[in-house]
Write a new protein. Structure first.
Length: 188
């Protein structure tokens, strides 16, 4: 990845049950590109990741509680997947407002696997071309998105991918979009 993200601060929103690879792989990629990743959660101290839907993974320290997070403090947003993670966060109004604020500010957003559930509940998918894990493709279509089965899709600053097998392509595109900065056609 040749993009330089020096000086960028990137928000990662996750809670217990986040898919570990979908948190750690993009996290490491943005760090390697020079950005500072920040873990934001509805939990105070730490979260426990999952490897798949059944096996507990590692714990990760939370940098900032969602109640203290403001989109204006970040250059872009990453929403990792994990069934439990996304299902929990998609009903948290502080998280949904945080997500909406990135779209209102026209900042890049990247989401993988079940992560687009948050985008559905935030009301930002209508008319967008997106992908996700196939299990939520109907949810995206019902919310007005054009769902496609591709490893990575970019739609005016919104990057989406299907699953951990797509992480290399996802990471490259989220870094590219973050480096480009604000996208004038990014909409709420």
């Amino acid at each position: 990845m040749t993009e330089n993200l020096n000086g960028h601060t990137i928000a990662f929103v996750a809670t217990n049950g986040v898919e570990q690879d979908e948190l750690t792989s993009p996290w490491n990629a943005v760090k390697e590109a020079g950005a500072t990743p920040v873990l934001i959660s509805d939990k105070e101290d730490s979260i426990t990741a999952m490897q798949g839907d059944w096996e507990h993974g590692d714990s990760f320290l939370v940098d900032r509680h969602i109640s203290e997070a403001k989109a204006e403090d970040f250059d872009s947003l990453v929403l990792p997947g994990g069934t439990l993670n996304a299902d929990t966060l998609r009903t948290n109004e502080d998280v949904l407002n945080f997500v909406r604020d990135f779209f209102s500010a026209k900042k890049p957003v990247a989401s993988i696997c079940h992560g687009p559930w948050l985008l559905i509940n935030a009301g930002v998918v209508d008319g967008r071309t997106m992908t996700s894990v196939d299990k939520i493709s109907i949810d995206l279509k019902n919310a007005g998105a054009k769902w496609v089965d591709q490893e990575v899709v970019v739609d005016n600053g919104l990057t989406t991918s299907r699953n951990p097998g797509d992480l290399e392509a996802f990471n490259a595109k989220l870094i590219e979009e973050a480096a480009e900065g604000k996208h004038s056609k990014q909409t709420t």
